[in-house]
Design a protein around this ligand. Structure first.
Ligand SMILES: Cc1cc2nc3c(=O)[nH]c(=O)nc-3n(C[C@H](O)[C@H](O)[C@H](O)COP(=O)(O)OP(=O)(O)OC[C@H]3O[C@@H](n4cnc5c(N)ncnc54)[C@H](O)[C@@H]3O)c2cc1C
Length: 328
């Protein structure tokens, strides 16, 4: 098929300071009423709207987002995609998701930069070895690709890892899922938003849900910073804030929200072309296409809804990984 955008139109657009660029999705004011309203414009909320419209033909939907789409966890994570979980039910669910990722750029006609560069989990003590071997076998029984690597094979797969036996957390081996990898996290939100919008879904940003109106046990609609929106159905897809929203109708969800932290370095030359996770060191590392080292850390010890990082987590995580990756 001939591409409708020629190289000349690309160059013209590049020099037009985005002025003539088509909007990827509309910016509508809320209608008075929808068949369903999704609260939360992250990857999950937008995907929910997309598949409701596409697979269930429910198109009179709004996604309401208090900030900007992808501005929650979706745009602030370490972008790891894998399905090598232990239990049958979770492995099945995650592998279903991984298969969706494998065709997502084509499905959305939007490059989500899914890169199957492999995810390796390191074992640093005998218990780790037992646990990770058990997981490798469980994965294989579930038809999920997983291989066990010796220390030498770990070193060969990712040469910057220090595999010397006398470090604090020596590497005793690892498990590798080759189909796993990373994606461009905010492109996922943008791709689903564009796809849902094209089917008529209203994506309403800067629209915070403040309350839920009901009569008896029946929901009448939502109170938002852009006014009242009538609907009988509400999908709560607000990640850590889901319990806050459920609380608006006196539902107590058994959830505690704690910020998980991560950090990125300034861009450096390409030094790591896979994802390495280590539970004992409690850090995971990959490198973004721009060159930043993307480093996952731990959670704060206390419940909160903040989106800020804290210096002690950055310091503790870097201290822990420097011996494992001396090049850092
Ligand atoms: C540091 C970190 C690293 C992570 N790393 C990984 C990883 O490597 N791999 C992986 O698979 N997962 C990872 N995760 C988890 C992953 O990011 C989340 O599971 C996922 O992004 C959640 O998407 P979501 O759409 O459910 O939530 P979100 O993207 O958080 O979207 C929820 C939205 O709801 C909105 N909202 C909340 N309250 C209201 C309201 N009252 N009215 C309107 N809107 C509201 C928020 O603004 C937000 O945009 C990580 C998370 C963090 C924090």
């Amino acid at each position: 098929m001939k591409n409708k955008y020629s190289i000349f139109s690309l160059i013209k657009n590049a020099f037009s300071y985005h002025e003539n660029w088509q909007r990827a999705w509309r910016d509508p004011e809320p209608k008075k009423e929808y068949d369903a309203v999704i609260v939360g414009g992250g990857g999950h909320g937008l995907a929910t709207a997309y598949y409701m419209a596409k697979k269930h033909n429910i198109k009179n939907i709004a996604v309401v987002e208090k900030g900007w789409i992808g501005g929650g966890n979706t745009g602030r994570n370490t972008t790891i995609i894998r399905s090598n979980y232990l239990w049958d039910a979770s492995a099945g669910l995650y592998d279903h998701a991984l298969k969706i990722w494998e065709g997502l750029s084509q499905e959305l006609n939007y490059n989500v930069m899914f890169s199957q560069r492999g995810v390796m989990n390191l074992a640093h003590n005998l218990q780790d070895v037992r646990d990770l071997k058990r997981r490798t076998h469980a994965n294989r029984l579930n038809n999920i690709d997983a291989v066990w690597l010796s220390t030498e094979e770990v070193k060969k797969f990712c040469p910057i890892i220090n595999t010397s036996p006398d470090i604090r957390y020596p590497v005793l081996g690892g498990t590798l899922q080759r189909r796993a990898g990373t994606a461009r996290h905010d492109a996922v939100a943008w791709g689903y938003a564009r796809g849902a919008d094209a089917m008529g879904v209203d994506i309403i940003q800067n629209c915070e849900v403040k309350g839920i109106k009901r009569i008896g046990d029946t929901v009448e609609g939502i109170e938002t910073t852009k006014g009242f929106i009538k609907t009988k159905k509400i999908g709560v897809v607000a990640a850590g804030h889901s319990s806050v929203i459920a609380n608006m109708v006196d539902l107590k969800l058994p959830l505690e929200s704690k910020p998980l932290q991560a950090l990125v370095s300034e861009p450096v030359k390409p030094i790591i072309d896979t994802v390495v996770m280590s539970n004992a060191v409690h850090a995971y590392v990959s490198q973004s296409d721009k060159g930043e080292l993307v480093i996952g850390a731990g959670t704060d010890a206390y419940v909160s809804y903040t989106q800020r990082g804290s210096h002690d987590v950055v310091e503790g995580t870097l201290k822990a990984i420097l011996e494992l990756y001396p090049i850092f």
